[in-house]
Every structure is written in C-alpha cells, then in structure tokens.
Design a protein. Structure first.
Length: 131
C-alpha cells in the first residue's frame, strides 16, 4: 500500500493525494525457475484537471539464477487507465540482474514497448543500494 501528496507552497494549492495497492506473488517452478506476478491498482491525479482516475498495472516475470549473484529474466507488463483517451501500454523486457556485493544490485535489460500500434525499443539500466 502506498500514498503520496504535496502540501501547498508558494500560493499553489495542495495536490490531491494519490494512493494504491500492490499485490506481489512469487512461486518456485521446476528447473530452478521462479515465477513472479504483480497486480496494482492506483488512484492518480489527472494532470490537467482537479479530478483523479484509476490505473491498473499487471506484470508477470520468469527468472532463473544463472550463477551465484547473477540471474536472467523475462518480464511482461500491462498498464491501463480509466483516463479518457488514454491508450493501453504493454512492454516486454529481457535482462540480467547482478548482486556483486551485499546490499548492491545492478541490472541491464532491453525493452520493447507498445502503445496505440507503435513500438519502441530501449535499454534499461538500474543500480540499487539497500540497507
């Protein structure tokens, strides 16, 4: 569960709070594969009005540890919105994730996204530090 918002400052009004809920699930599969699924429902503030709308996010991923500290994955993501004229967005990513040191994670993936019949390919690089 998450929530966010902003207090008024410099004469601007406060933004409407945004909130949502995420439900993740991970299952171990044969052949050392892992299946991850996530569903998310968000209440978002419209950019051009003072109203809000719902967004629905779903993802499914299959991953496998390739060697200690290195895993590969395939993930499919779907995003839809109740906002008028907002098209569905889908993406597929294939990548690797490494944990070279304790509390440090790095990832690199290629991603293909699709919206309104147009595709776009890009790279995603990530660095995470946790405590």
């Amino acid at each position: 569960v998450f929530a966010s918002g902003a207090l008024p400052s410099s004469g601007s009004p406060a933004t409407r709070p945004e909130f949502g809920i995420k439900v993740p699930l991970r299952l171990d599969l044969p052949a050392d594969l892992q299946l991850g699924v996530m569903g998310e429902v968000d209440q978002r503030t419209d950019a051009l009005t003072s109203k809000s709308h719902e967004e629905l996010v779903g993802s499914i991923a299959v991953s496998r540890e390739l060697r200690h500290g290195l895993s590969g994955y395939l993930e499919c993501v779907s995003v839809s919105s109740t906002l008028k004229n907002q098209a569905w967005l889908g993406a597929v990513s294939v990548g690797v994730h490494a944990s070279p040191w304790r509390h440090v994670g790095m990832g690199l993936a290629i991603c293909e996204g699709m919206q309104r019949g147009h595709g776009d390919t890009g790279w995603i690089a990530s660095l995470g530090v946790s405590r």
